[in-house]
Design a protein around this ligand. Structure first.
Ligand code: ASP
Length: 437
C-alpha cells in the first residue's frame, strides 16, 4: 500500500472540533498511516498559541517570576480538549511534570516542545493510535543542522511497514544524548517532510487552514485564482519574494527525491489544494504567482568610473556587513550602483552606513532613503519567455506606475520589479490583471 504522511498545523488541532475534522480526514484514507501534529494553535485571531504560552512560561521562570497564571491557561486548554473528546489520557499527570520541569530550570527547547508532545499524546489516545516521540526520530547534529541520514534511518526503522496509525509530534528532535532541540517557528512542516522522506511516502500532505496557494495575496487582489500545481523551484522563488508559504526548509527533503507535497485545508477537505512537484507541464499562463515585499529601500551610490575600481563593490559590501545590512538585489554600471535592502535593517544604521561610505569610498553622492516595495513574478520559464517583460511593463505603465529598478535572469523562474512603496498594491493588481486576462 502507498503511504501518505499527513501533517496538521496548529489551527487544525486548536480545539476538539478541529481535532474531530483531523480524525475524519485520517479515517477517510487508510493510506494516511502517519500523522505529524503541531501544538494547538489559535482558535480565533485574539487567541494565543500554546507554543507562545510555553515560551512565555519559560521566560518568566528564567527571570524568577511566577509561571502559574500562564501555565494555568496551558493546562486549561489541554484539559478542555481531553474533556470534550472524552479522552481519559494521563495528560494531567504529564502537565504536572512539565510544570515541575519549568519551575526547576528545564531548557527552553524542552519546555516549548511539550506543546506538540502533549497534544500528540492526547490525540493519539483519542484516535487509538500509537504515539511515537519525535525525539526518537529526528536527530540533530547542532541547533541549525539535522543529521538527515540518521533521521531517515531512525524513521524507517521505527515507522516503515508498521501497522495502524502512528502519531508524531512536530517541531522538535533530539541530540544523540536525548537532549531536546527545537526547529525554528513553524518547524512541524520540516518534521513532516523528514518523516515522509524517511518512510518513503508517496505523498506528503500538509493540512492547514487555507485551500492551497493562491496566485497572489487575497488581501490585495479579491479572489485570486488558486494555484493547482507548482514546482519546488517556483515555490522557493515565491517564498523568497515574500509569499508566506510553508516552512522553506521543509521543501528540501521532498524536492531532493521528487516526493510530491500537497497543501490542503482541514476546513475544506474536499478541495484538492496545491500540489508541489518537480516540474509542471500545463498550458497555464506564464505567471504562476505574484508576491511582494513592502518597506524596502532603493539605495544608490554614484561615483564617476566606479566600475574601474575593482574593489569598490567589495568594500561597499563590507560596510553593509559591518552594520548587519543584507543586500536583496543589486546592479552596477559605469558611474553608479544601486541596491535594494529592507528598511528594517537599513534605517536604524543608515547614518553610520552613509558616513562610512563617504569616508572609505569617497562617492560623488549617496542616497539611502528612497522608499520602495518589491513585486516579484514567478513562473516556470519567466526568463526565457518572449514578450513577458513588455506585457508587465505595459500593465504597470497603464496603471501609472514607474519601475525604479528591475532584475531578471538571476533565476530562470522569476523577475523582480521595484516600485514606489506607495504604489505597491496597485502594482500587484496591475500585474495580476495582465496575467489572468
Ligand atoms: N508550534 C510551533 C509554532 O507555533 C511549530 C509549528 O506549529 O510548526 O511555531
Amino acid at each position: 500500500m502507498n503511504t501518505v504522511v499527513a501533517k496538521f498545523g496548529g489551527s487544525s488541532v486548536a480545539d476538539a472540533a478541529q481535532i474531530r475534522k483531523v480524525a475524519e480526514i485520517l479515517r477517510s484514507d487508510p493510506q494516511r498511516t502517519v500523522a505529524v501534529l503541531s501544538a494547538p494553535g489559535k482558535r480565533s485571531k485574539a487567541d494565543e498559541k500554546i507554543t507562545d504560552m510555553l515560551i512565555g512560561c519559560h521566560a518568566k521562570a528564567s527571570s524568577g517570576e511566577d509561571i502559574a497564571p500562564i501555565f494555568e491557561h496551558v493546562r486549561t486548554r489541554y484539559l478542555e480538549i481531553a474533556d470534550e473528546l472524552g479522552v481519559a489520557s494521563d495528560v494531567g499527570k504529564v502537565l504536572d511534570e512539565v510544570e515541575h520541569t519549568i519551575r526547576n530550570g528545564g531548557s527552553k527547547d524542552y519546555v516549548v516542545s511539550r506543546g506538540e508532545y502533549l497534544g500528540a499524546q492526547l490525540i493519539a489516545s483519542y484516535l487509538n493510535a500509537e504515539f511515537v516521540d519525535a525525539a526518537e526520530l529526528v536527530a540533530f547534529r547542532d541547533a541549525q543542522t539535522v543529521d538527515t541520514e540518521r533521521t531517515y534511518r531512525q524513521v524507517a526503522a521505527r515507522l516503515k511497514g508498521g501497522e495502524g496509525l502512528r502519531i508524531v509530534p512536530g517541531f522538535y528532535g533530539a541530540y544523540a544524548d536525548g537532549q531536546i532541540q527545537l526547529f525554528s517557528r513553524g518547524g512541524s512542516d520540516i518534521t513532516g517532510a523528514l518523516v515522509a522522506r524517511g518512510i518513503g511516502a508517496e505523498l506528503y500532505e500538509n493540512w492547514t487552514d487555507v485551500s492551497g496557494l493562491l496566485m497572489t495575496d487575497p488581501r490585495i487582489v479579491e479572489n485570486p485564482a488558486p494555484i493547482s500545481e507548482i514546482s519546488y523551484r517556483e515555490l522557493r522563488e515565491l517564498a523568497y519574494l515574500g509569499a508566506a508559504v510553508f516552512h522553506e526548509e521543509a521543501i528540501f527533503p521532498c524536492s531532493e527525491v521528487g516526493l510530491p507535497i500537497v497543501i490542503r485545508n482541514t476546513n475544506e477537505p474536499d478541495h484538492p489544494g496545491t500540489k508541489i512537484v518537480t516540474s509542471v507541464e500545463t498550458d497555464r499562463g506564464e505567471i504562476t504567482g505574484i508576491a511582494g515585499r513592502e518597506q524596502y529601500r532603493l539605495a544608490r551610490v554614484e561615483k564617476v568610473l566606479l566600475n574601474k575600481d575593482r574593489s569598490f563593490l567589495a568594500r561597499l559590501d563590507r560596510i553593509l556587513e559591518r552594520y548587519g545590512v543584507g543586500v536583496f538585489q543589486s546592479a552596477s554600471g559605469s558611474d553608479s550602483m544601486a541596491f535594494v535592502t529592507s528598511a528594517a535593517e537599513l534605517d536604524p544604521v543608515a547614518e553610520h552606513v552613509a558616513s562610512d561610505v563617504r569616508k572609505e569610498l569617497a562617492p560623488d553622492s549617496i542616497d539611502l532613503e528612497t522608499e520602495v516595495a518589491l513585486v516579484g513574478i514567478v513562473g516556470g520559464a519567466i526568463s526565457s519567455s518572449v514578450g513577458l517583460g513588455a506585457r508587465v511593463f505595459g500593465a504597470l505603465g497603464a496603471a501609472g506606475i514607474s519601475v525604479l529598478f528591475m532584475v531578471q535572469g538571476y533565476s530562470p523562474y522569476s523577475a523582480v520589479f521595484v516600485v514606489p512603496q506607495s504604489q505597491y498594491k496597485d502594482a500587484i493588481r496591475a500585474i495580476y490583471r495582465s496575467a489572468v486576462e
